[in-house]
Design a protein around this ligand. Structure first.
Ligand code: UDP
Ligand code: MG
Length: 318
């Protein structure tokens, strides 16, 4: 027997939960018919939802012994949810997917066949369009991927998603990365392995609303850059070198002009401009240093990535 663990982070998903449960049960029953050696479990992570998600999960866990859940003490973010799910998953294969059916469960049989054949260690979807997303958002996303791939050794594929079907070996590799600041798009790619990208057209959320605002996505992309690249630190030194060079050249020019043609150097505007320029540059670069320092500080504390309040073991199942 082979066990497939399906890891699903949920934050305020009461509306889509029934749809998701029906869909996944249907797809998995179909898959079990095709491949009788396969059994499955679903590990939901309730990431501090403020709605009735937890009640829903309790209900399904009572109803169906294949349903497990982990409920956090508060909202720790999707990254923490995925990490908790991967830690709890017992399967020989693990798949991470969203609760909102934007990661269509119909892909599971295909993913399973790619990975179980031994040809790939991971199968994932890659969306080829960004329909249903604002133009500005898509433009920012594309710029982020371009920039990221320029400045980081870890390649991040545009459109690749957190819908990942992985072998136990790959999951263990991911779990061995104990960092506190988890940027999973980078982590999935950093561990390597043979990845199969399945291309598909983006689908809209089945119900509910996305928890990501433009601002939170922007912050998330900065996190990604800081977690997987030290290039911004190099920018600081580069800017320093360039401004020193400019200052040196200017000094030489002014001295030469003064000695040869004897100009009067009107100082005030130049000085104000330069003070502003270099003050700004210094603040900017100290800010970059500060970002890395802050991350290092958080890592040093070795805080747990998440805290669990309740799991399916805490309720009595029939
Ligand atoms: N999610 C989570 N914690 C959060 C935010 C989101 O566990 O703090 C889950 C959410 O329930 C969903 C998945 O992460 O299953 C993706 O979230 P969403 O659909 O809001 O993001 P998008 O599809 O817009 O990227
Ligand atoms: Mg979604």
């Amino acid at each position: 027997m082979k066990l497939l663990s399906i890891v699903v982070p949920c934050y305020n998903e009461q509306e889509v939960l029934p749809m998701f449960y029906d869909k996944i049960t249907e797809v998995m029953q179909g898959m079990k018919k095709e491949s009788p050696e396969l059994d499955y479990e679903v590990v939901f992570i309730n990431d501090g939802s403020k709605d009735k998600t937890l009640e829903g999960l309790r209900k399904y866990a009572r109803l169906d012994e294949r349903i497990r859940y982990i409920s956090f003490t508060r909202n720790f973010g999707k990254e923490a949810g995925m990490f908790a799910g991967l830690e709890a998953a017992k399967g020989d294969y693990v798949v991470v997917m969203d609760a909102d059916l934007q990661h269509p469960p119909e892909f599971l049989p295909q993913m399973y066949s790619y990975v179980s054949s031994g040809e790939y260690d991971c199968a994932t979807t890659r969306r080829v369009n960004r329909d249903g997303e604002s133009k500005i958002r898509s433009a920012f996303a594309r710029t982020f991927y371009k920039l990221m791939n320029k400045i980081s050794q870890t390649e991040i594929v545009d459109g690749a998603q957190d819908y990942r079907f992985m072998t136990r070996q790959m999951v263990d590799s991911i779990l061995s990365m104990r960092e506190y600041n988890r940027f999973s798009k980078g982590i999935f790619s950093w561990v390597g392995y043979r990845v199969k990208y399945i291309e598909y057209k983006n689908v809209e959320r089945a119900a509910g609303t996305t928890a990501w605002s433009f601002w939170s996505l922007f912050k998330y992309s900065l996190e990604g850059i800081i977690a997987f690249s030290t290039a911004p630190l190099a920018i600081a030194s580069l800017l320093g070198i360039i401004s020193c060079a400019i200052a040196f050249i200017m000094a030489v020019v002014i001295i030469v002009q003064k000695l040869t043609i004897g100009i009067d150097t009107s100082g005030y505007p130049t000085i104000v401009c330069l003070i502003l320029l270099f003050g700004g540059l210094q603040l900017f670069t100290t800010g970059i240093l500060g970002q890395y320092l802050a991350k290092t500080y958080m890592e040093c504390k070795k805080r747990p990535v998440y805290l669990v309040q309740e799991t399916e073991k805490d309720i009595d199942r029939q």
